[in-house]
Structures are given as structure tokens and as C-alpha cells.
Design a protein around this ligand. Structure first.
Ligand code: BGC
Length: 272
């Protein structure tokens, strides 16, 4: 049975959209509709805060007793954002967690978007009970990565920003789903880029499993079968909801937790 103690709200701030839902952490599923608003142009802190408030108001979850997790597309250490690849430069070195807590008038738990997606897949999805090294990649506006070893997150891996050999751009710029939109790439052309990216990751990390998340993972049949890798590669079970679910799981675990979030609680210590 879902009780107050097994629910939390997850909000996933992305380069193009801000999504949120109420989440059941017993089963790792959404309890409400998924609310989505566009990420404000420029993604300055005040505008992003207002958009997050809109998501919470629309969901009707303004009760500060329900734990709230917020995922953000940047390096997050001790509540501060330390990078800004697809958001305003203001976020670099910014006390983001405190900014959201002050602005929303409540506690939150704040973490990197790909890392929380990794937590969701480790708890409730494709990385569950997988030993060894799992690398989750989210293919969206940017490329986010979560490294999990024996189910434990190694936070802030940022492997989308690996530099391509002898090129001025990184893999994110060349192989994220935004490159498909920007350059109108066919699935085959994109898959050739993904092949280079995942082959490189495979060589430098020797992972046991790749998981592919982000909105485009719901169309994975168009590109994953085109890849030729030694490592199994599968779509994220929670697809584009992994960020929402993982953010909520970390928030609940921080809040005291339940059996359902106990393992996520082990990961929380790693992300702080
Ligand atoms: C950011 C990462 C983020 C990823 C996906 C990258 O540009 O540097 O922190 O996880 O985009 O949003």
C-alpha cells in the first residue's frame, strides 16, 4: 500500500523541459500525471525556480511534508552547481540547493540529473541486481552519465564531455540527441556517431552493462540494434521518467526513508 511515508515528489530539470510527478517509492512508479513545462530561455536561476514552482503548483504538491528531490543538468557537489553546459553560466559555483530551498520555502534534495536516473535504474530498473560496472547514459539536450559499481553510484562522472580525438568539440555536442535535431540526422547517421562514442567508453571503462536513458530511449529500436559492442546495451526501464523517480527516491531516503528507499539511502551519502 502506498502511504505518505513511501511517496516523494521528483522534479527533473533538463535543457529543454522541466518535468515533475508524485512518485511511489515502494514500486518506483508515478502516482500522478507527469507535468512538464518548457525550460525558460537562457535558463537563469530565477526563471528556472519560477518554472519549478509552476510544476509543483500544477501537481498540487505544495505540502512541505512530502519530500522533494530536484535533479539538475550540472555537476552538483554539496548543493552547489559547478558547471553549466546547457544552462546559464550563472549556475557555475552557485549555491543552487539553498537557492531552491529559500525560493520554494521548503527543504529539497538536489543532485545531478543523470546520477539520479542511475539511482532509479539501480533501484527499480535495468541496473537492479547487476554486479560490476554499469554505465547509464542519457541522450537528450546533452549527454549525462551515471557510473554505478555493484549498485553504488560514483557521482558526477560527466563522460558526455569526453573530448573527441583531434576535434574541437566533445562527444556531447556531436552525439547527443540534440545533434540529431540540429543536423537532421537519420537514425543510421546518428548510430554511427553513437558507435564511436560507446566504443570509446567501452575501451576506457570495460563496463558490464550500458543503459540508455533520455526521451529518445523510447525509440531505442531504431538505433540500439545498429550498434556493434561487446557490452550489452539496453534502454532504461524508466525511460524518460528515471530522473523524476531517482530524484524522488533520493529525497525520500534523505528524509528518513523506508525499506523501499534504504538502498537509495546508501547512495545518497555518495552524492553529498
Ligand atoms: C551536463 C551534465 C548533465 C547532462 C545531461 C551535460 O551537459 O554537463 O551534468 O548530466 O548534460 O543533462
Amino acid at each position: 500500500m502506498t502511504t505518505q511515508a513511501t511517496r516523494a515528489v521528483g522534479v527533473d530539470i533538463g535543457g529543454t523541459g522541466i518535468k515533475g510527478a508524485l512518485v511511489d517509492l515502494e514500486g518506483g512508479s508515478l502516482l500522478s500525471e507527469r507535468v512538464k513545462v518548457a525550460t525558460p530561455a537562457g535558463a537563469e536561476p530565477d526563471d528556472v525556480l519560477a518554472a519549478v514552482q509552476t510544476v509543483l503548483d500544477t501537481l498540487g504538491v505544495t505540502d512541505a511534508d512530502i519530500p522533494l528531490g530536484v535533479a539538475f543538468p550540472a555537476i552538483v557537489k554539496h548543493g552547489r552547481t559547478l558547471s553549466a553546459a546547457n544552462v546559464a553560466d550563472t549556475w557555475v559555483g552557485f549555491e543552487a540547493e539553498k537557492f531552491f530551498e529559500d525560493g520554494l520555502g521548503r527543504e529539497i534534495h538536489f543532485a545531478n540529473d543523470a546520477d539520479v536516473a542511475g539511482v532509479a535504474e539501480a533501484e527499480y530498473g535495468a541496473a537492479r541486481d547487476v554486479d560490476g560496472l554499469v554505465l547509464l547514459t542519457t541522450l537528450g539536450t546533452g549527454i549525462g552519465t551515471a557510473l554505478l559499481h555493484d549498485g553504488v553510484l560514483i557521482p558526477n562522472s560527466e563522460l558526455g564531455h569526453l573530448q573527441r580525438a583531434n576535434k574541437s568539440s566533445d562527444f556531447e555536442h556531436w552525439a547527443a540527441y540534440s545533434a540529431v535535431e540540429r543536423e537532421q540526422l537519420s537514425w543510421h547517421k546518428w548510430a554511427r556517431r553513437l558507435q564511436r562514442y560507446y566504443s570509446h567508453l567501452e575501451f576506457v571503462l570495460s563496463p558490464d552493462l550500458f543503459i540508455v536513458g533520455g526521451g529518445v530511449s523510447k525509440h531505442s529500436e531504431h538505433f540500439l540494434p545498429l550498434l556493434d559492442l561487446q557490452t550489452p546495451i539496453v534502454p532504461a526501464v524508466h525511460r524518460n521518467n528515471a530522473g523524476i523517480i531517482g530524484a524522488a527516491a533520493l529525497a525520500l531516503a534523505h528524509d528518513g526513508g523506508t525499506d523501499a528507499s534504504a538502498a537509495a539511502g546508501d547512495l545518497v551519502a555518495e552524492t553529498d
